[in-house]
Design a protein. Structure first.
Length: 232
């Protein structure tokens, strides 16, 4: 549900624009419903760092998340092979970044169709009738996408998450996280998705803590005398 108090705001269709295609990457994955309950936590960071991270920062992964991958945490959607994070000049995979009008944007990596296990519960949606007509050849080949609907709605098409990153102050934000599942999924699949989501982007998630440290320290750096004096 989207709402605004501005009587002169554009229609929702116009406001979302090309971002609608990005949202379809998630919303085309079945008859989705929200798992009951919401995870909430607070970070000592400015909300704009979180928004920027979602829109187009693919370069941070190798440096920020390498320790999590070395510890055995894998990132990937419906693939046979465990994902690893390699330096930018090795193991390159195609991807795309889209920045739209009104400040929305997303970044996505592509998957080799030969790597996809269509029997996986996370990949079965790729067999849905009419999918290619809705999201095109590019959409069918996307492994996962991190998105931000301006100002503060984060969407992850891979782990099927929605997060509201609500600013509490210039140096503090509160995150509300919801997990989406196909309403026809068996209970063990739902439990597995929730567990995977919490391990990845939950309040104690391995990637979420990595990103949160970056945002926290960048926020501290932004209030230093030199950065307050000069435009960045």
């Amino acid at each position: 549900v989207f709402g605004t108090f501005d009587p002169n705001a554009p229609s929702l269709d116009d406001y979302l624009g090309d971002m609608r295609w990005g949202l379809d990457l998630l919303l085309s994955q079945g008859e989705l419903t929200v798992v009951p309950g919401v995870a909430r936590w607070v970070m000592d960071a400015n909300w704009k760092f979180a928004a920027d991270n979602a829109i187009g920062d693919m370069y941070h992964g190798f440096y920020t998340h390498r320790s999590a991958v070395m510890a055995g945490h894998a990132s990937g959607t419906g693939t046979n092979k465990r994902r690893s994070i390699s330096p930018p000049d090795k193991n390159e995979r195609p991807g795309l970044t889209v920045v739209t009008e009104y400040g929305h944007g997303f970044t996505a990596n592509m998957v080799d169709p030969n790597e996809v296990d269509l029997n996986s519960h996370l990949a079965a949606w790729r067999k849905r009738p009419g999918l290619r007509a809705r999201v095109g050849d590019v959409g069918v080949s996307i492994n996962r996408a991190n998105m931000n609907v301006f100002p503060n709605l984060f969407v992850n098409s891979g782990s099927r998450e929605l997060m509201l990153r609500n600013p509490l102050s210039p140096t503090k934000l509160e995150i509300w996280k919801f997990v989406l599942v196909d309403k026809n999924s068996p209970p063990e699949t739902v439990r597995g998705l929730v567990r995977a989501s919490n391990r990845h982007f939950g309040p104690a998630g391995m990637f979420e803590q990595d990103d949160g440290e970056n945002w926290d320290q960048s926020t501290q750096g932004a209030v230093a005398p030199m950065t307050r004096r000069d435009d960045l």
